[in-house]
Ligand binder design. Structure first.
Ligand SMILES: [Zn+2]
Length: 630
């Protein structure tokens, strides 16, 4: 997932240059942080911080640019109950007039510590956002420390030490990559070993009444890895044993791919709930991933979430250990620059899909279904006429929460999916150039591999990527990536798919993945037939510029009321598209638009269209080799 450097630009630059290898170690003050989450089901959290201070003005920041979220997404609107005292006396404070995330506190003569109290009133209903989204239910809560604290200005997050404690509702259990110093039994208060602010924010805590711990490594194996799953019901934790085996394979296959690990103890923190925000967020030693409650116990659910945990796990190497230099900011106040997200997210997406297949989480057929959908979606992206791939990365800090209406033409976060196609192309070129001797696996070992050890950040630039690719196989990589990032070609970049021995085709039979999505029942995907995406309730979420629906005058926000004279339903829609293939009449829709009704005719005879990859026997099958367990 995304992030930015501001008032102290010089400071930021200096830190980045000095810390192309940065190891987290503190030489600044220690802040004591107590979080009371005992009211988690009410979604309100109480924090007290004890912050060393000197008489004069103490400037404090609330975290704004959250690592991995690629934007200024700290939930400042939910920070409430703010109060500062020293020796029991209330202190005057004022918010910065240019930055709502910054507070100035007046510290009287003779005082050396400020006590800050704050409440985090977390979202109770759906709001877009990652760690700032809904995070608590009746039965569970995911602690993201950045939502619950302030930090003093003038230090990098590596320099500050936080000594944190957390009080949970009675009987709740927890999982985290943070080390526990001692746990008090009666009031369920956990004390964590002091860590840098960087590593505290890197260590979310999953908590809940129903929590299952699945070891993913043997007891003798170092470093260890485990899966901590919290759910809204005990039944949701009852996944088939083979699923846990796939995640054990994932840890093993990632070790083989990269040749080293950059953590001391890894925790997959997986939340199963229909009442929290759904996303995955990466950290050095854990990931915070959240999906529907029944995702693991139903076969369709497992198909739909496959790929998420491999993606977030790959980020421990790509994004956390190796990080674009202009994303590696010293604190949470400095803006991040997102131009290299085509490596940070794009390559992670490619490698996550690759590991989903190599671990068995996805069969090779399901992995191809997912790749076919990516290729087909990108092949119908009308926005590429005005916006190149590089701009989808550059613009994300301000655009990631854009609405779904007009998404096709605005062009969404294509540096994820389009770079799955581009990195596949790179993998294929390496294999061709080296006559099968080398692959992208060799790049992974050089760029992300030994020596392993505790978390650290090693930054990189565009040149570093190109130079390492050339170490693996000599090619015009600078020219390749410059063209891929800047072109305005009409279709998806399919050189990798085709070079790997497969072709993108469309037919009327939905793939296994299409069927799972259809049964999920939330959307009608008619992208590739008439260029329309419908919410399943008739409300049109988006249309593709230049395709039939848009040409007929349909746009996002309108509602399909009837199809060929019958009230709209997903079944009525699918029947009409299928029948259009042999019917001489156009499809007739009644469309509602802002209280007006209109009849729209679409002259379509193509039938339903679902994307697939089919084998091209004239070429060697590299894709199957790429997906094969090593
Ligand atoms: Zn990601």
């Amino acid at each position: 997932m995304g992030s930015r450097c501001g008032v102290r630009n010089f400071f930021c630059l200096a830190i980045v240059l000095l810390s192309s290898f940065s190891v987290f170690g503190a030489n600044g003050p220690t802040v004591a942080l107590s979080v009371d989450a005992s009211e988690a089901p009410r979604k309100i959290f109480h924090t007290q911080l004890r912050i060393p201070a000197k008489p004069g003005t103490l400037t404090l920041h609330y975290p704004k640019w959250i690592p991995g979220e690629h934007g200024p997404t700290g939930p400042i609107t939910d920070l409430t109950g703010l109060k500062f005292t020293a020796s029991g006396k209330t202190l005057k404070w004022r918010r910065d007039l240019l930055d709502a995330f910054t507070f100035h506190v007046e510290v009287p003569a003779g005082e050396n510590e400020v006590v800050a109290n704050l409440d985090y009133a977390s979202p109770a209903l759906y709001e877009p956002g990652y760690s700032a989204g809904m995070s608590a239910t009746e039965k569970l809560y995911i602690v993201n420390w950045n939502t619950l604290l302030l930090y003093p200005a003038g230090y990098s997050s590596d320099q500050l030490t936080y000594s944190a404690s957390l009080r949970l509702p009675a009987g709740w259990k927890f999982g985290t990559s943070l080390h526990v110093s001692n746990q008090v039994g009666k009031d369920n208060e956990i004390h964590f070993a002091p860590v840098s602010l960087t590593m505290l924010v890197d260590g979310p805590v999953i908590t809940g009444e129903y929590l299952k711990v699945v070891p993913l490594t043997q007891p003798s194996q170092d470093p260890p890895a485990e899966l901590d799953v919290a759910a809204d019901s005990p039944a949701a934790l009852d996944a088939p044993e083979e699923l846990w085996e796939h995640y054990r394979n994932l840890v093993k296959q990632a070790g083989i791919l990269f040749g080293a690990r950059h953590y001391t103890d890894y925790h997959f923190l997986l939340t199963l709930s229909d009442h929290v925000a759904h996303f995955g967020l990466e950290h050095h030693e854990s990931n915070d991933s959240r999906v529907d409650e029944r995702s693991l116990v139903e076969e369709d659910g497992r198909k739909l979430v496959a790929g998420l945990l491999p993606h977030e796990y790959v980020h421990s190497w790509n994004g956390k250990y190796r990080r674009p230099a202009d994303l590696a900011t010293p604190d949470y106040e400095q803006p991040m620059q997102t131009d290299l997200l085509w490596v940070y997210e794009g390559l992670t997406s490619y490698l996550g899909d690759l590991l989903a297949a190599r671990s068995g989480e996805r069969t090779a057929a399901l992995a191809r279904d997912a790749l076919a959908q990516i290729a087909a979606d990108l092949d119908h992206r009308s926005g590429r006429v005005w916006r190149n791939l590089q701009d989808t990365a550059d613009g994300v800090p301000s655009m990631q929460t854009a609405p779904h209406a007009w998404e096709e033409y605005r062009r969404p976060l294509d540096y994820y999916d389009e770079d799955v196609l581009n990195w596949l192309w790179v993998d294929v070129i390496i294999r061709q150039q080296s006559k099968g001797a080398k692959s992208l696996d060799d790049f992974c070992k050089l760029f992300y591999g030994p020596p392993g050890g505790p978390p650290m950040v090693k930054t990189y630039t565009f040149d570093d990527v190109v130079n390492t690719l050339n170490q693996v196989a000599s090619y015009d990589w600078r020219g390749f990536w410059t063209e891929r990032l800047s072109n305005h070609s009409p279709g998806a970049p399919l050189g990798g798919v085709e070079g790997s021995g497969w072709k993108l085709v469309y037919d009327e039979a939905p793939s296994g993945l299409d069927r799972a999505q259809d049964r999920d029942g939330k959307m009608i995907h008619a992208h590739y037939s008439v260029g329309l995406l419908d919410g399943g309730d008739g409300v049109i979420r988006d249309t593709v510029e230049g395709m039939l629906a848009a040409k007929a005058g349909i746009g996002p926000g309108m509602k399909i009321v009837a199809v060929n004279g019958r009230r709209f339903s997903p079944d009525v829609w699918h029947d009409a598209i299928r029948a259009a293939k042999t019917s001489p009449s156009p499809i007739e829709l009644i469309v509602e638009n802002a209280d007006y009704f209109r009849v729209v005719k679409m002259d379509y005879d193509g039938g339903e269209k679902y994307p697939h990859l089919v084998r091209d026997e004239s070429k060697p099958d590299l894709l199957t080799e790429i997906y094969r367990a090593k």
